[in-house]
Design a protein around this ligand. Structure first.
Ligand SMILES: *Cc1c(COP(=O)(O)O)cnc(C)c1O
Length: 452
């Protein structure tokens, strides 16, 4: 079968111009397509499940802005809330009512969260949570897991997933040894390594930060009991447990990953971080948790934290309308669409004999193109970053580009979750299902080429 290749001249022109004025042509590295090659599509507009690029090509969107567009693009209720807020001004630098409403919505959804502070990005949320943990405990060491991404905070970039995984940078240049030196990096889902690290350094550790269910090395949920083990070990050593729900929050369930897995024997995490969905596509994020810990923040306590645009009236309006739109029907639809797409992708890959593993966190899922003979391929489970890295990346790239040509925009990296929205209707799902057999064949052919 021959397919007409869509024209992408305008995207190519824009990329050339962009590369002159912006490093790599992009404002966030994964957008540059370096992991899959080719020309990133410049998107002109988006509606529901559809992206339209500057050349007029349409794609079913399986990125959803990396999570926030859970209701679909330009949802009428969110649009109305944003337009209404915008007519009343853009930013005040004073308290405003929507901040209270959004904070209350978060507190009401996630039981252990008694108070939150709003910030503008997930990076800011984790950075502030770590500072608060250090201020509260009077200790400085932070423990994180390889493959977990918590934004580009100096102390948290060591062995991070997401774009850092794509670029195979173990660490970023520009992070001083002093910042990285106070970070201990452990393998995920390994209770022995966790216990050993705390046995040796327990009285220096301010906090353990983890993705609630990691999604930035692909979806690698905690093994049964692993979250409880983190809670037990941190509590034994007087360290805080910080659950990063920037990706999973309000997406895995109305209360995020905590809503699926909690409450935990031994208690809840002390602090949580949120972002993505709670901003509805605008810059809004938050960190929160126990009131006695949050009370250490300025102006009540000695831990300083602030932001000119924190709690911005338009961002909070969008976030609030999005959370209010996240009804149980929405979560049911996300599950249905995800299951349909993942099952079809898996059978298409089976038909072509392409080894793969599908893993889930609520409606978040990813398909690991596990290399033959790797532990993931042998056991059918990807447990940690080492397993996730043993992927056939050229096979993923071939799969990705075939999907793109058929009008489906996947995340341009093998280390990411696929994201659906509640507006993915049957027509959009049909486009995805129709695209899968060719993409699976392309992945299989890329493996055959590698074998020669
Ligand atoms: C996206 C993400 C962040 C960083 O959020 P930004 O808004 O991109 O700064 C932090 N933690 C996790 C788990 C994320 O997925």
């Amino acid at each position: 079968m021959t397919r007409s290749h869509p024209t992408i001249d305008r995207s190519a022109d824009l990329m050339e111009r962009a590369a002159q004025v912006t490093p790599g042509g992009v404002n966030s590295p994964v957008r540059a397509f370096r992991a899959v090659g080719g020309t990133p599509r410049f998107i002109r507009e988006a509606k529901g499940p559809w992206l339209t690029d500057v050349d007029g090509n349409r794609y079913v969107d399986l990125i959803a802005s990396w999570g926030p567009m859970i209701l679909g693009h330009a949802h009428p209720d969110v649009m109305a809330a944003v337009q209404d807020a915008a007519t009343r001004g853009f930013s005040f630098g004073t308290p405003s009512e929507n901040e209270v409403a959004l904070a209350a919505e978060i507190v009401s959804r996630v039981d252990p969260v008694e108070q939150v502070r709003l910030v503008s990005s997930g990076t800011e949320a984790t950075m502030s949570a770590v500072r608060l943990a250090r201020g509260f405990t009077g200790r400085s060491t932070v423990v994180k897991f390889a493959g977990c991404y918590h934004g580009h905070v100096d102390a948290l970039l060591a062995h991070a997933g997401s774009g850092v995984a794509t670029f195979a940078l173990p660490d970023s240049a520009g992070v001083p040894a002093s910042a990285a030196g106070e970070t201990i990096v452990l393998p995920y889902n390994d209770v022995d390594a966790l216990e050993a690290a705390f046995a040796e350094h327990g009285d220096e550790i301010a906090c353990l930060i983890t993705e609630a269910s990691p999604g930035n090395m692909g979806v690698v949920p905690p093994a049964p009991g692993f979250t409880e083990a983190m809670r037990r070990v941190t509590a034994e050593h007087g360290a805080l447990l910080v659950s990063d729900e920037v990706m999973t929050g309000f997406r895995c369930s109305r209360s995020g990953w905590y809503g699926l897995e909690g409450p935990y024997d031994g208690g809840a995490p002390d602090l949580f971080t949120f972002g993505k969905v709670m901003g509805g596509g605008f810059p809004a994020a938050a960190f929160g948790g126990r009131a006695d810990i949050m009370g250490h923040l300025a102006p009540l306590g000695p831990v300083y934290q602030a932001g000119t645009l924190s709690g911005n009236p338009i961002a909070t309006a969008a976030g609030l309308a999005t959370l209010q739109g996240c009804t149980s029907e929405v979560y049911t639809r996300l599950e249905e669409v995800s299951r349909t797409i993942a099952e079809a992708a898996s059978s298409a890959l089976d038909v072509q004999g392409v080894p793969h593993v599908v893993q889930w966190a609520g409606s978040m899922f990813s398909i690991f193109f596990v290399s033959e003979g790797s532990r993931g391929a042998e056991t059918g489970v990807v447990r940690n970053y080492d397993d996730a890295r043993a992927q056939d990346l050229p096979a993923f790239a071939a799969f990705f580009h075939s999907m793109l040509e058929s009008g489906v925009h996947l995340p341009p990296s093998a280390f990411e979750s696929w994201f659906v929205g509640a507006s993915h209707d049957d027509a959009a799902v049909e486009v995805v299902l129709d695209a899968l057999p060719d993409a699976a064949r392309a992945a299989s052919e890329s493996r055959a080429r590698m074998d020669r």
